[in-house]
Design a binder for this molecule. Structure first.
Ligand SMILES: NC(=O)c1ccc[n+]([C@@H]2O[C@H](COP(=O)([O-])OP(=O)(O)OC[C@H]3O[C@@H](n4cnc5c(N)ncnc54)[C@H](OP(=O)(O)O)[C@@H]3O)[C@@H](O)[C@H]2O)c1
Length: 231
């Protein structure tokens, strides 16, 4: 494929885990990727050796709106086929609202709920009408399917889903494909060793799901098999 025809993705939160795997998967499928880290990631650096010319590394912490605005300025003139905000944290997963450290609760609301949608707001003018803005949510963000466990993390993903619904109605005329994607329970630093899926069992399906939604306007909350999850 000619370099000028490559599709371009910005993947935010790509230093390790699912974000790093998304970067690899898109590069292997001949996309150009701009991948962000908070602090230098050796794994991302290694990928630049293999994909020189199609991988660009940027640095941003989405908890700081000013850093996201600076990233937006550095990317001026870029046209993104896909903006994918993957960054997220899990803190005090065993705790309940009665026992959780308040800073842990607030950190999850800041990083998982507010910051991804705020980043989408700041970066969206790099995404032409009709292209894709995706955010990594979780099956645990479904209020309909809620069970015990990971209580405040689940609440932060449900809040993310709600903020994305509001974003979708604000920008309905831009006909973006707006995707809230749940990758399954995956063995990463966050998912832990007990998780049911390897990264290789999840991320190629997540990328298939993105591809299946290219050019399809509207907001959808989807699992890795491109199936609708109830809100
Ligand atoms: N693993 C699962 O089972 C699972 C299931 C459902 C949903 N998810 C979601 O999938 C996403 C990735 O999870 P993961 O399992 O790959 O977790 P992970 O291994 O802990 O990786 C989290 C990634 O997010 C980045 N990040 C965290 N806070 C950030 C911030 N303020 N600004 C920018 N980047 C930030 C981290 O960067 P640093 O290296 O700098 O910390 C890292 O690259 C998260 O949104 C998570 O909630 C995961």
């Amino acid at each position: 494929m000619n370099v000028t025809q490559r599709q371009t993705a910005l993947i935010v939160g790509a230093s390790r885990g699912l974000g790093l795997a998304l970067v690899k998967e898109f590069l292997e499928r001949d996309w150009s990727v701009i991948a962000t880290q908070r602090t230098p990631s050796q794994e991302l650096d290694k990928l630049t050796e293999r994909f020189s010319g199609t991988l660009r590394i940027e640095t941003v912490d989405i908890a700081y709106a000013g850093e996201v605005r600076l990233l937006r300025d550095r990317l001026d003139g870029q046209q993104l086929d896909l903006l994918f905000i993957n960054a997220g944290i899990a803190r005090s997963i065993e705790a309940t609202p009665a026992t959780i450290d308040e800073v842990d609760f607030l950190s999850m609301m800041l990083v998982n709920s507010l910051s991804p949608v705020r980043a989408a707001e700041i970066l969206r003018d790099l995404v032409p009408r009709g292209n894709v803005i995706a955010i990594m949510t979780s099956e645990l963000g479904s209020i309909t399917n809620a069970e015990d466990g990971w209580q405040c993390y689940s609440a932060s993903k449900a809040a993310l889903n709600m903020l994305m619904k509001k974003f979708a109605s604000r920008y309905a005329e831009d006909a973006y494909a707006l995707l809230l994607i749940a990758p399954g329970w995956v063995r990463t630093e966050m998912g832990g060793n007990e998780a049911t899926l390897s990264i290789e069992e999840s991320i190629p399906l997540v990328v298939d799901t993105i591809n299946a939604n290219l050019g399809l306007p509207g907001l959808r909350y989807l699992d890795r098999f491109n199936r609708i999850i109830p809100w």
